[in-house]
Design a protein around this ligand. Structure first.
Ligand SMILES: NC(=O)c1ccc[n+]([C@@H]2O[C@H](COP(=O)([O-])OP(=O)(O)OC[C@H]3O[C@@H](n4cnc5c(N)ncnc54)[C@H](OP(=O)(O)O)[C@@H]3O)[C@@H](O)[C@H]2O)c1
Length: 282
């Protein structure tokens, strides 16, 4: 499945890790998510792990204001924790997520990272959820090339080929490893990559060297970092921000096209991988 068929709207979405941690921030966080939707962001990423489900509740609250009638326009992504990812545990975890989100289905349900449950069991859970219409697609997260291949082989053995819709991994100018082998392997499968921590937890937005390349283009360092991550058309990025102005800034990066000259300047600062680098995790 190509990127555009899986992810509705622009290649910049919204991450929600660390939302839901403070009750006093609830109003601002719900408003930020709603702002993102109103400005045209159509991909929202959350997880049962984030603030023990409170991040999903914040997303649910924003969706309530957004209106169920417009639910179809959004790609909603959430994740099952590895220790819950048995067959029945996966189903229960998803049902709990749906309750917190206040929706009937999630668009993409991910295994957050590999745990001790066999892939077969998690896949049986995913397949049961899809059968019941509770999820539209499933995928994985933090999977390097070999585990991804094992996952795909398991799907094929279970007669669930072409099931895995995406792999959400750490990919940014500070973590270029996936370019060496993971991105090409996923391109072969026509599988889009969802880039998490695309701003290096905010460090790239503050990077003075990047800002110096960005300034003559009339953009910010954050926008340059995000435009770079999504440049291939195979990648969507999910920067997190609880600030409306930053959300607007980040979304605008979806419109930027980088010239070969700019890409060369960036490569000089953040060197592309020339050998296998194990997948980094945040
Ligand atoms: N699957 C996984 O294992 C995994 C792991 C990590 C993350 N994720 C997902 O990926 C999302 C994004 O990753 P992340 O939150 O780790 O890091 P990130 O998006 O790279 O960076 C977020 C940080 O950057 C700041 N920021 C955002 N836009 C900015 C801008 N334009 N200018 C300056 N600062 C800006 C944010 O602060 P403010 O909020 O104060 O603006 C926040 O502190 C997460 O929220 C989560 O949904 C998934």
């Amino acid at each position: 499945m190509d990127r555009a068929s899986l992810f509705k709207g622009p290649a910049i979405g919204l991450g929600t890790w660390q939302m839901g941690e403070r009750a006093s921030a609830a109003g601002a966080e719900v408003a930020a998510i709603l702002h993102a939707l109103e400005r045209g962001i159509r991909l929202i990423d959350t997880a049962e792990m984030y603030a023990d489900g409170e991040s999903e509740r914040r997303v649910g609250e924003a969706l309530k204001h957004w209106g169920v009638a417009r639910r179809e326009a959004i790609t909603l992504v959430t994740k099952v924790l590895p220790h819950n990812a048995s067959r029945d545990g996966t189903v229960r975890a998803c049902e709990d997520s749906l309750r917190r989100l206040g929706v009937d289905y999630v668009d993409v349900y991910l295994l957050h990272w590999q745990g001790s449950h066999a892939f077969e069991r998690t896949l049986e859970g995913f397949a049961a959820l899809r059968e019941r219409g509770l999820i539209r697609h499933w995928g994985v997260s933090n999977f390097d090339v070999s585990p991804l291949q094992r996952w795909l082989d398991t799907e094929a053995r279970l007669g669930l080929a072409s099931g895995c819709a995406t792999n959400q991994v750490y990919y940014s100018l500070l973590a270029r490893g996936p370019e060496f082998d993971l991105l090409p392997a996923m391109a072969e499968q026509h599988m889009p990559l969802m880039a998490y921590t695309p701003l290096g937890s905010g460090a790239l937005a503050r990077d003075k060297r990047l800002a110096a390349i960005a300034a003559p283009l009339g953009v910010t360092a954050a926008q340059l970092a995000l435009a770079w991550v999504i440049r291939s058309g195979q990648v969507v990025a999910i920067p997190k921000s609880s600030h409306p102005a930053r959300i607007d800034e980040n979304l605008a990066a979806a419109e930027l096209t980088l010239t070969p000259e700019v890409l060369k300047q960036i490569d000089a600062l953040f060197v592309p991988p020339v050998r296998k680098v194990s997948l980094a995790m945040v």
